[in-house]
Design a binder for this molecule. Structure first.
Ligand SMILES: Nc1nc2c(ncn2[C@@H]2O[C@H](COP(=O)(O)OP(=O)(O)O)[C@@H](O)[C@H]2O)c(=O)[nH]1
Ligand SMILES: [Mg+2]
Length: 445
């Protein structure tokens, strides 16, 4: 049986109280009604069993959204199950045996876009909203999602269209122009106006972009300095294995740390030392690679042993510049927890006694971007910013052409500026661009 229907689990992996399975396609009711013991009605929640023959899969709430009034524009069925992955997967298998295919990442949103339910930048804002790492980023994504970004770009785009129309008439009917100076002034004002609006959108987009960058902190150092212990304390859980043996951590493990509702990544790494152990060598290599990815490094040293030549070599040979030295195990030497604002800064802590961990957290907090949320910040992507800057460069050039009365070249640059803005709005998007955008989504969205 060949259908266009797709399905996926829309909730996070693992067990939870409830799970949601989403299905989208044409004529879903006739295709799937045999699985439900109750009849489904448009936009109504129905408590029904899901069964195949005598086998009960689950007792669920099922909501039907008939096309075109649904997220994707097709028929959509949302099945709210008990949040057990075994149940959810068995229902997915059941759907697949009834002709439904597994959805690819972002395929629901891609269909919403293809059926003109949402614009491309709204689709992108949806992905950003799901991935937003703090409340400011959530607000900025919502600004984009509710269409503020779209409205602002569309306004600039309309101003450019008006300007292009005027330029075309000047080029095509030059004999009608009895007062070229007046025309020039009006066009200059319009170009400046477009430029100012572009400038504002670029500033707001760049602010939003900063919000969406999840900061990464790597804990590096020799074995047994206490990197894993510090990370466990920061996370408040027994995440990484800690032993008194050197070489316990043989991999790079990334964890999400919530500091005042802002999510950052912390990476535990394999202690750097000379070793013959193959797995450990690979772990050390991966650790050294994470140095490139990290925004900042906490270089951890056992204070009772002090900073030695090995440490200096590790720092130097790996080009580690932006780092704080964390002197751990101060309990062994009787030093107090403190920060010394030297270059590099030094933080004195004890993971075992849980002293000074707030000093690490506040060091991370100092990096948080302060954004004035009274502004219309958008969660723009670098793709948007590139197009905006491209549009602005073309508009700048227009001013130069105007002073030389090169209307034909001016019109061409305006066309290019217009094209750049159209690309943000997803007008005439290439297939590659669509693929790039939608495959970055989670499955089920
Ligand atoms: N005295 C003392 N021991 C610590 C402290 N932090 C970690 N250790 C011990 O040092 C050893 C190595 O710790 P671990 O976190 O595995 O170090 P890593 O190899 O850098 O990840 C373990 O026996 C820990 O219990 C501390 O603050 N004080
Ligand atoms: Mg470790």
């Amino acid at each position: 049986m060949s259908t266009n229907a797709i399905c996926a689990i829309a909730t996070a992996k693992g067990s939870s109280a409830l799970g949601i399975i989403r299905v989208s396609g044409n004529d879903l009711v006739s295709m799937l009604e045999h699985l439900f013991t109750k009849k489904l009605y448009d936009r109504k929640a129905t408590l029904t069993d899901i069964k195949k023959g005598d086998i009960l899969f689950d007792n669920c709430i099922v909501i039907l959204y008939c096309a075109p009034k649904s997220y994707t524009g097709e028929d959509v069925i949302e099945i709210i199950t008990h949040g057990n992955p075994v149940i959810m997967n068995s229902i997915i298998d059941l759907l697949c045996s009834s002709g439904v295919a597994h959805a690819a990442p972002g395929e629901f949103t891609e269909r919403a876009f293809l059926n003109s339910k949402i614009t491309l930048e709204k689709a992108e804002a949806t992905a950003d909203l799901i991935a937003a790492s703090d409340i400011q980023a959530v607000r900025a994504a919502q600004n984009s999602l509710t269409g503020k970004f779209f409205v602002d770009i569309s306004k600039i785009s309309s101003s450019i269209v008006a300007l292009r129309a005027e330029l075309e008439s000047i080029i095509n009917f030059p004999e009608d122009e009895d007062a070229p100076d007046l025309n020039n002034k009006r066009i200059r004002d319009q170009i400046n106006n477009v430029n100012n609006k572009l400038e504002r959108v670029i500033i707001n987009s760049k602010e939003g972009r900063k919000l969406n960058d999840k900061r990464v902190y790597a804990f590096i150092g020799r074995p047994n300095s206490g990197k894993s212990s510090i990370i466990n304390c920061l996370l408040n859980e027994d995440a990484s294995i800690v032993t008194s043996n050197e070489g316990t951590t043989r991999d790079c493990i990334e964890y999400e740390l919530n500091i005042n509702n802002k999510i950052v990544s912390v990476i535990d790494t394999a202690g750097i030392r000379f070793t013959q152990d193959e797995a450990e060598i690979e772990g050390i290599e991966r650790s050294l690679k994470t140095i490139q990815k990290a925004h900042k490094i906490f270089y951890v040293v056992d204070q009772s042993k002090g900073l030695n030549d090995d440490d200096h070599n590790i720092l130097k040979s790996n080009n580690i510049n932006n780092y704080h030295i964390v002197f751990n195990k101060i309990d062994l030497g009787g030093t107090k927890a403190k920060v010394l604002k030297k270059s590099p800064p030094e933080i004195y802590i004890s993971a075992i006694k849980r002293e000074g961990l707030d000093l690490i957290k506040s060091t991370i907090e100092e990096d948080f971007v302060k954004v004035d949320m009274s502004q219309d910040i958008y969660l723009a992507r670098s793709r948007h910013i590139n197009h905006l800057v491209d549009a602005q460069e073309n508009v700048y050039r227009c001013l130069e052409h105007l002073s030389k009365q090169r209307y034909d070249i001016l019109a061409e640059d305006m066309r290019l500026a217009h094209l750049a803005l159209s690309s943000i709005l997803g007008q005439n998007p290439s297939e590659e661009l669509l693929e790039e955008i939608f495959t970055s989504f989670c499955i089920g969205k």
